[in-house]
Write a protein that binds this ligand. Structure first.
Ligand code: 6LW
Length: 516
């Protein structure tokens, strides 16, 4: 019997989808306006995951440059077929191309292909099914005209298995387990024991979220809901639950024939609000006369799970790792965990011949623009974020420092600002369309500077260190307004370095790590 901890993938990792190739599992999650997009994690045991690449990782692959917060890359699905990985996903909002697309790769680490677009196919949450030489795409869309708010329909289209062009008619599969069901979404189809199983989410991705199941003899339906739906939810537990929002699952069998579900869940800090957003969890699945039993014996997603078929896992490493890593070809590159917003990290930061990372200022973080932000998912509600940098060039008004980011409308900035020769330190919190200046202080004279944030739930302290000096706390903030439960949207919090305006910095150290 092994024992592991949920979430198995800490930090904002919603809408997980998983597949197995031999003895290895591959998992993809949603990333919205963050790039590189659609991280691919690999594991041999389902509990220890290693980030190996991203399905959206090259300039020109997709245009997310005008996508507002929580638009962009919604729920993806990963499947392996005919020697290739296939990831289907949707671009939502923005002025670039929108809709469902497929990217493929022989190696999950990449390179991934340019997208093949599914023109004219509506909705979100696409999933791919390969079956006996045929290929199928299912997804969900708003019912039109909807009889009630949030009424959606799960549809199915057959694809040409070579070109992936949709062929044949649309089949309507599912509108939810209950009359009046809202947000039937996140569908996946499986052939099991001679019949088809439809796994779907329902209730919306917040407290009412649930996993439901339906069965059919043919992939095209008709589907009949399981009499015990929802098969897994925490909606009835309210704030008593350690993990809430449980839903949006995918299924995989291990090489020994055991079944598992990956799913999303949120951990609340104060019984009402989270900071990291939706994270990826794992539960064992058993089969009872062809019906899936999620987390047998408990029927809930626990923070600590005992199960056969997994090792006693060491806690997942929860730091973003070094900013610059060996690229395996005699050179260096930015570490895979580091992200930009609407820009690839390589478009934000340059590694010089001297090995130094330089960032030129970009748009302010409250604008749907091109921010010069390089950050990572906050890995824990107890985290440390730290940057050591030097301003190399600066016009008046240039600022650089740390950002705790939920969105354009919700973030905490802790920066050094250059004002006509004078350097000022400023901490400001933006929420609900307003910016609040929490701290304004004079900054140490020119030279490298270190800024640090210590996050303890919603309490954040801001400290500064000048060359040769000690770390000095200059302010504190309550960042509950950055909670996705307050600020809305689909993302949790990212943390990292930011440069705004006309100027540039050299980053000597950047750290985002868990303290527990
Ligand atoms: C995802 C969908 C959802 O596509 O949230 O509310 C979306 N439901 O399943 C983004 O995670």
């Amino acid at each position: 019997m092994g024992r592991f901890r949920n979430p198995v993938l800490p930090g904002c990792h919603p809408d997980p989808s998983v597949c197995r190739v031999g003895g290895e599992f591959f998992l993809v999650t949603s990333t919205f306006e963050v790039l590189p997009g659609l991280p691919i994690h690999r594991s041999r045991n389902l509990v220890d995951w290693e980030l190996v690449g991203h399905a959206v990782h090259r300039p020109g692959q997709l245009d997310l440059s005008t996508v507002p917060a929580s638009g962009g890359l919604f729920a993806p699905t990963i499947r392996h077929h005919d020697g290739r990985f296939h990831v289907v996903c949707t671009v939502v909002h923005g002025e670039g191309r929108q809709g469902h697309f497929l990217v493929t790769a022989t190696d999950a680490a990449g390179p991934w292909s340019d997208p093949i677009w599914f023109d004219g196919v509506p909705g979100i949450d696409p999933s791919l099914t390969f079956d006996e030489g045929r290929a199928w795409l299912c997804g969900t869309r708003l019912a039109e005209p909807g009889a009630w708010e949030g009424q959606t329909e799960v549809w199915l289209r057959e694809l040409d298995p070579a070109s992936f062009a949709p062929i044949g008619p649309e089949h309507l599969l599912w509108r939810g387990a209950l009359v009046g069901a809202r947000w039937a979404e996140g569908p996946h189809l499986f052939r099991r024991d001679g019949r088809w199983l439809l796994l779907a989410a329902e209730g919306g991705t917040e407290r009412d979220h649930a996993i439901v199941v339906a069965y059919a003899d043919e992939i095209t339906g008709p589907y009949v809901g399981d009499a015990g739906n929802p098969r897994l939810t925490h909606r009835d537990l309210g704030s008593r639950a350690g993990l809430v929002d449980v839903g949006h699952a995918d299924l995989v069998d291990d090489a020994d024939g055991r079944s598992w579900a990956v799913l999303l869940a949120t951990r609340l800090i104060d019984g009402r609000r989270s900071l990291l957003g939706r994270q990826t969890c794992l539960v064992p699945v058993e089969w009872e006369a062809g019906r899936p039993l999620f987390a047998p014996g408990v029927g809930r997603v626990l923070a600590e799970v005992e199960a056969d078929g997994v090792p006693d896992a060491a806690p997942a490493p929860r730091d973003a790792g070094p900013l610059v890593v060996d690229d395996g070809r005699g050179g260096v590159r930015l570490g895979l965990e580091w992200n930009g917003v609407r820009r690839l990290p390589s478009e934000v930061a340059a590694i010089g011949p001297d090995g130094a990372v330089r960032i030129a200022g970009g748009d302010p973080p409250e604008r749907v623009g091109r921010p010069a932000f390089l950050g990572a998912r906050l890995p824990s509600v107890r985290s440390r974020v730290r940057v050591r940098f030097e301003v190399e060039q600066a016009a008046a008004g240039f600022s650089a420092g740390l950002l705790l980011r939920h969105s354009e409308d919700a973030h905490l900035a802790f920066v050094v600002r250059e004002d006509d020769g004078a350097r000022r330190l400023a901490v400001s919190l933006r929420a609900g369309g307003e910016e609040q200046r929490l701290v304004e202080a004079s900054a140490p004279a020119l030279g490298p500077i270190e800024l640090a944030l210590e996050v303890d739930g919603f309490a954040v302290t801001c400290s500064v260190r000048a060359v040769g000096g000690g770390l000095e706390q200059i302010g504190a903030a309550d960042v509950a307004v950055l909670s996705p439960d307050v600020a809305g949207g689909f993302l949790g919090v990212w943390a990292g370095v930011l440069a705004v305006g006309d100027g540039s910095i050299r980053v000597d150290a950047l750290e985002v790590s868990a303290l527990d």
